[in-house]
Design a protein around this ligand. Structure first.
Ligand code: AP5
Length: 233
C-alpha cells in the first residue's frame, strides 16, 4: 500500500502509538503481548516480521538472515520498509505497540515522518531498564509455543503442564536460532552502540518513560499498564 492510501486509512482519528525500548531479553515481547491483550492494541515486533521474512525466503529475509544470526542490526532500509508495510494493514488502526523498532536514529526519524504523514503521534517511548547480566540468563532459557507464540522460560515462566502450552494446548516448543551466548554478546553491543541513544532522543521529545524491568513479570506488567493508560488517556 502506498503512503497516500495509508494516510486515508488513518486520517479518521489518531490511534495510540507506543514504543518499547530495551536490550535483548529485557521483556519487550512479554510485556507487549500482555498490553495487547489488556488494551486491544496491536503488537508489532520487527524481530518477528524479519523472522517471518526469513522463513518465507523473501529477498528481505535472505538479506536479513546472516545478520540476525550474527547478532547485528539488519539494514535500516529493509526494516523501515517492512514496518511501513505492516503499519499499512487495517488492524493497526486500533493502535500499535512497537516492539524492537526503532533501533537506530535513522529508524526513529523515519518513524517520525511516517507518523506525521498519517496525523499520528507517539504517546510514549517506554524504556525497560535491566542489567546486562540478567539478559543472558533470560535469553538462554527462553522458548515459545510453536503454534501460538506464547513465551516461556526454563526458570522464570514454565507451562502448568510440562511441554504443553497454557494458552493453546500446543505441544511443540521452539527456541530461536540467535538465542545463544555468543550472539547475545553481539546483540547487547549493538543495543548499547546503536539503540541506547534513542533514550535521549525520546527524552528530548518529552515522550520517554522508564520502568524497572528487573522484577516479577506481572508486577512490571501492572506498572506498564498504569503508565500506558495515562499516556493514551
Ligand atoms: P528481536 O526479535 O527484536 O530480539 P531482541 O530485541 O534481541 O529482543 P528479544 O526478543 O530477544 O527480547 P525481549 O526484550 O522481547 O524479551 P522477551 O520478552 O522475549 O530482534 C532479533 C533480531 O532481529 C535482532 O538481533 C536484529 O538482527 C533484527 N532486528 C529486529 N528489529 C530490528 C530493527 N528495528 N532494526 C534492525 N534489526 C532488527 O523475554 C526474554 C525471556 O525472559 C523470555 O523467556 C521471558 O519469559 C523472560 N522474561 C521476560 N520478562 C521477565 C522478567 N521480568 N523476569 C524473568 N523473566 C522474564
Amino acid at each position: 500500500m502506498d503512503t497516500d492510501t495509508m494516510t486515508t486509512a488513518k486520517a479518521s482519528a489518531p490511534s495510540p502509538v507506543l514504543i518499547l525500548l530495551g536490550p535483548p531479553g529485557a521483556g519487550k515481547g512479554t510485556q507487549a503481548r500482555m498490553l495487547e491483550e489488556k488494551l486491544g492494541l496491536v503488537q508489532l515486533s520487527t524481530g518477528d516480521l524479519l523472522r517471518e521474512a526469513v522463513a518465507a525466503g523473501t529477498d528481505a529475509g535472505k538479506a536479513a538472515k546472516a545478520v540476525m544470526e550474527a547478532g547485528g542490526l539488519v539494514s535500516d532500509e529493509i526494516v523501515i520498509n517492512i514496518l511501513r508495510d505492516r503499519l499499512a494493514q487495517p488492524d493497526t488502526a486500533k493502535g500499535v505497540i512497537l516492539d524492537g523498532f526503532p533501533r537506530t536514529t535513522v529508524q526513529a526519524e523515519a518513524l517520525d515522518r511516517l507518523l506525521e504523514e498519517q496525523g499520528q503521534k507517539i504517546n510514549a517511548a517506554i524504556s525497560l531498564e535491566v542489567d546486562d547480566t540478567e539478559m543472558v540468563t533470560r535469553i538462554a532459557g527462553r522458548y515459545t509455543c510453536a503454534a501460538c507464540g506464547e513465551g516461556y522460560h526454563d526458570l522464570y515462566k514454565q507451562p502448568v503442564t510440562d511441554g504443553t502450552c497454557d494458552k493453546c494446548g500446543g505441544t511443540e516448543m521452539k527456541r530461536r536460532a540467535d538465542d545463544n551466548a555468543e550472539t547475545v554478546g553481539s546483540r547487547l553491543k549493538a543495543y548499547h552502540a546503536q539503540t541506547a541513544p534513542l533514550i535521549a532522543y525520546y527524552g528530548g521529545k518529552g515522550a520517554l518513560q522508564k520502568i524497572d524491568a528487573m522484577g516479577d513479570i506481572d508486577q512490571i506488567a501492572a506498572g506498564m499498564h498504569a503508565m500506558v493508560a495515562r499516556a493514551i488517556a
